[in-house]
Design a protein around this ligand. Structure first.
Ligand SMILES: *[C@@H]1O[C@H](CO)[C@@H](O)[C@H](O)[C@H]1NC(C)=O
Ligand SMILES: *[C@@H]1O[C@H](CO)[C@@H](O)[C@H](O)[C@H]1NC(C)=O
Length: 128
């Protein structure tokens, strides 16, 4: 019944958001989906600030630096079995001999496994 098919197609086109078509076409073309990062709306959220502070502390431990967390400037979150954070962090470098007290910008990826209360620093780069 062609008329029913057309009606169905019409309904799908009206009701299904464009982004789903985009994701389907990306998925079928074999490209990696990176669109599932969402901006963090509340940058004062304790969970997110804790993740940012963890990133700085963990980086200090790994790289023997002396960065001091200053502020969470921006962030994105991605949820799956846990939560990944892409955090833009302002930090002061207390180990820098030319220390001028100006916070610099670093970008950290932190993954958080909720059920294990486990946080991992996946990457830390900067100053950017
Ligand atoms: C953001 O999070 C902080 C800390 O949890 C909370 O006090 C504040 O009310 C939140 N702001 C909004 C707009 O939700
Ligand atoms: C994280 O955010 C920074 C700053 O917006 C961006 O340059 C970078 O590509 C992001 N990284 C990932 C893995 O999405």
């Amino acid at each position: 019944m062609p008329s029913n098919c057309q009606l169905l197609l019409f309904i799908i086109l009206i009701l299904v958001p464009k982004s789903i078509f985009l994701e389907l076409s990306l998925a079928s073309s074999g490209e990696t989906l990176v669109s599932d990062w969402r901006p963090i709306k509340n940058l004062s959220d304790t969970k997110v600030v804790d993740a940012a502070k963890f990133a700085v502390a963990r980086h200090n431990f790994e790289a023997k630096t002396r960065l001091i967390f200053d502020d969470l400037v921006d962030g994105e979150v991605k949820s799956h079995s846990g939560t990944d954070y892409n955090l833009t962090i302002a930090a002061r470098d207390d180990g820098d001999t030319d220390y001028d007290d100006t916070p610099r910008i670093y970008v950290a990826i932190v993954s958080h496994r909720q059920f294990q209360e486990f946080m991992r620093l996946d990457s830390f780069r900067g100053p950017v």
